[in-house]
Design a binder for this molecule. Structure first.
Ligand code: SF4
Ligand code: SF4
Length: 339
């Protein structure tokens, strides 16, 4: 088993600031409404981190079965914030399964923000001058996303290509329903906020295709999507502020993504309004900001919170299909010991 002594340090940069405080009492696991006999967390994952067992932590489905309700953090006697620790493992997974990996790293820290903005600005420039670039970017995002999800799925114990696509249907249903949020009764309020953000993006995506066929219905759908997305984002931030003690302050990943959503929706709505005014300079700036945020969300989708819906969906399908809570690494070790 590969041990990474730097693992806890790396997670610290992604939001797990108090891993060393945990003394493994297990209160968090006892209180967690989503922990089961087969999949017990968060204590087990925290133990892996303390021991530097990186593969076990990021190849386990448990970090994705956690829905960040924060219930565990309120009962931790050491204020280790187990909810934040679970979130940091998910953030680490975004980087680990990224293709190419450096793109995932770019999205993980404010240090790289100027590079992210510069790449997006260059892409926006060429997009505005070369119409076909949009199709190339779409192909890039699709291929890279599928490959990253494939790597994730394999790491968690998935086997063949046909199984991968067979589980896609089940995963999609899991994602569309969002029903695991409602199983966590203490944080059912988060369900509607996530539904808003998720379906806001879905409506925006559909509106682009509708606009190709018919301009006005596409525009109407686009505006509906922007409003749904904005309401969802406001709701998420409100929940973060209201329940800060429980859910923690959030990581750079969380805040960067939600900030981009605000930039996208607000500049989009302003753009529509300024189309009917004579404020051409302001209109131009708003238009560029809107384009920049759209490119950043789209091109960095395989490396941001955007892709977590798929990781979570596949992890849930894999977890359901397994009888025991063994990770792939644990299963291999068990098999090796038995041989
Ligand atoms: S995170 Fe807190 S509650 Fe959970 S095992 Fe560690 S000390 Fe106990
Ligand atoms: S945040 Fe909620 S779901 Fe996640 S481990 Fe803690 S109690 Fe369980």
């Amino acid at each position: 088993m590969r041990v990474n002594p730097e693992f806890a340090k790396k997670l610290k940069k992604l939001g797990a600031t108090r891993v060393t405080e945990c003394f493994n009492c297990g209160n968090c696991t006892a209180i967690c409404p989503l922990s089961t006999e087969d999949f017990m967390f968060p204590r087990k994952i925290i133990r892996y981190i303390q021991l530097g067992l990186e593969p076990r932590a990021i190849q386990s489905p448990e970090p994705w079965l956690c829905h960040a309700c924060g219930e565990c953090s309120t009962t931790c006697p050491r204020q280790a914030f187990p909810s934040e620790i679970m979130n940091s493992v998910r953030n680490y997974a975004f980087i680990s399964y990224s293709t190419p990996r450096f793109m995932g790293v770019l999205f993980s820290s404010p240090v790289y923000l100027p590079i992210v903005i510069a790449i997006s600005a260059v892409l926006l420039y060429f997009y505005l001058h070369l119409a076909f670039l949009g199709y190339l970017l779409l192909a890039y995002v699709a291929v890279v996303s599928i490959y990253s999800i494939w790597k994730f799925w394999r790491a968690l114990g998935g086997e063949t290509v046909s199984d991968f696509f067979a589980t896609f249907k089940e995963t999609l249903a899991e994602i569309l329903k969002h029903d695991r949020f409602t199983k966590c009764e203490t944080s059912a309020y988060r369900y509607y906020a996530h539904i808003g953000v998720f379906y806001g993006f879905v409506i925006l995506g559909i509106s682009k295709f509708v606009a190709i066929l018919s301009y006005i219905p596409g525009k109407v759908l686009n505006n509906i999507g922007a409003i749904v997305l904005l309401v969802g984002a406001v709701w998420i931030v409100n929940n973060r502020i209201t329940y800060r003690e429980r859910v923690g302050s959030g990581s750079y990943h969380d805040w960067f993504f939600i900030s981009l959503v605000f930039l996208l929706t607000i500049t989009g709505i302003l753009n529509e309004m300024l189309n009917f005014s004579s404020l051409t300079l302001i209109g131009y700036v708003v238009y560029l900001l809107h384009g920049l945020s759209a490119i950043m969300i789209f091109v960095f989708a395989p490396y941001s919170k955007f892709i977590h819906a798929f990781y979570r969906g596949f992890a849930m399908v894999i977890a359901r299909s397994r009888e025991s809570g063994e990770s792939k690494v644990e299963a291999e070790e068990t098999a090796a010991e038995a041989a």
